[in-house]
Design a protein around this ligand. Structure first.
Ligand SMILES: *Cc1c(COP(=O)(O)O)cnc(C)c1O
Length: 426
């Protein structure tokens, strides 16, 4: 079977395929640069695994308290080395990115302290962690106050506002790398470094924590290399490489990680407990694969930006911008556009391709949301996935793809559904 016939057998028309291949041809140089970053980061991970003498004994399961879990301890050493931290907490007991951020914050803040976000409002799930929206057990309930300085209209840091916001109670600064669902640009690691240097110049003892979700392995350097005290993320995003079935991580200074560990388990117990339940091998192997998985996801994001920009839709980041996370937003301007796009992503999935996604009223959202995901790990967003709130400006956010070829098929299928629905003409 010829390649064209193979795509045809999956439902991609010749016109859609040719349109996609034309775009792909123009992306050779950018894809080569992504491959080079992946190669560099692959070496980084292998070197860390070699230096930590990773061995098959580290894949053995522990149960119960998990005392002396060698694999868990070495995995944490590998994370710390790769990301340039003194120590790390990498656990299946950390249930999500939000949980990891909650532990990092509540472990390192005390009553009377103030938390500052110098990059605008944090990711939605942190509203209740911080107490921006009232919730039982929020930092606010424990007497930790919160202050926020928004980015300037052009997306740059409001240095004067930040200087004015820092006071004798400011203990921890939370810097979110990825834009999440906001419209601001994602921050590069070097921009994060400039911000940290500015903050430490005013008050050196401030703890700088970076929410690194979706950012791992996109660049050659990570936030710890530009002065962060902690970086935090989810294992069902980039660093789990698609193989981790659960988990979150914190990499940081020894003191910061220790305080977070006391919060995760119990004061006095810290990192000493927590059985790995047979998950160590997936964590190691996923971390090993993560640089190439992230490269595939990045190629998919850039491919989509170029396709939909060429068709006249607004895309963020745009077709030529440099990338600092794996998220791509496309604004279709109509509910039908959002729905067709998500149907395409779903139809191209290896799992649940026969399911048709529909908008529904999800708890916590003020408009119906449509989601497409045909994932091996439920909710994993390093796997190809998309979601769009059915409200103006009718944008979809999508990310992931464990392989470039799958990301490519998903985007071609989205274009197929948009042309079938008469929304796009090639
Ligand atoms: C995904 C994400 C989170 C929360 O992670 P969950 O695993 O969904 O709880 C926090 N911050 C950012 C920027 C994210 O992208």
């Amino acid at each position: 079977m010829k390649m064209k016939e193979m795509y045809g057998s999956l439902g991609i028309s010749d016109a859609v395929l040719e349109f996609g291949l034309d775009i792909e041809k123009q992306l050779k140089e950018r894809f080569a640069a992504i491959d080079e970053t992946a190669e560099y980061n692959q070496m980084k991970v292998i070197r860390a695994m070699q230096e930590c003498r990773v061995s098959d004994i580290h894949f053995a399961a522990t149960t119960g308290y998990g005392y002396n879990d060698l694999g868990r301890d070495v995995l944490e050493e590998v994370y710390a080395k790769t990301f340039h931290g003194e120590d790390a907490l990498v656990r299946p007991q950390v249930m999500s990115g939000t949980h990891a951020l909650h532990i990092a914050l509540s472990g390192n803040l005390r009553p009377g302290d103030e938390l500052l976000s110098p990059v605008g409002k944090p990711y939605d799930t942190l509203d209740e962690v911080i107490g921006i929206r009232d919730a039982a057990g929020s930092l606010k309930e424990y007497g930790v106050t919160y202050r926020q300085v928004d980015l300037l209209p052009d997306g740059s840091f409001d240095y004067e506002g930040i200087r004015a916001a820092i006071n004798e109670r400011t203990k921890l600064v939370a810097i979110q790398r990825s834009k999440g669902y906001a419209t601001r640009p994602t921050l590069s690691v070097s921009q994060i470094g400039e911000l940290i240097a500015f903050i430490k110049g005013i008050k050196p003892e401030i703890i700088c924590m970076v929410d690194n979700c979706y950012g791992e392995f996109v660049e050659r350097i990570e936030p710890m290399e530009v002065g962060a005290d902690m970086m935090v993320g989810s294992l069902i995003k980039n660093p789990g490489g698609g193989l981790a079935p659960i988990g979150g991580y914190i990499v940081g200074t020894k003191a910061c990680v220790e305080r977070a560990a006391y919060r995760l388990s119990a004061p006095g117990l810290g990192k000493e407990v927590g059985a790995s339940l047979g998950l160590n091998q997936s964590f190691f192997q996923g971390f090993f694969l993560a640089p190439t998985v992230v490269a595939g996801a990045l190629k998919g994001a850039i491919f989509a930006a170029n396709i939909y920009e060429k068709l006249g839709f607004s895309v963020v980041p745009d077709s030529t911008e440099s990338r600092h996370d794996i998220i791509q937003a496309v604004t279709f301007g109509t509910p039908e556009g959002v729905i067709a796009f998500c149907k395409g992503i779903q139809a191209a999935a290896p799992v649940d391709s026969f399911v048709t996604p529909e908008p529904w009223d999800m708890p916590g959202y003020d408009a119906p949301v449509i989601m497409a995901a045909g994932a091996f790990v439920q909710g994993s967003s390093i796997e190809l996935s998309a979601d769009g709130p059915i409200k103006p400006p009718y944008a979809v956010y999508f990310q992931g793809g464990l392989t470039w070829y799958h990301a490519k098929l998903g985007i071609l299928m989205s274009l197929q559904k948009l042309t079938d629905a008469g929304i796009v003409r090639l």
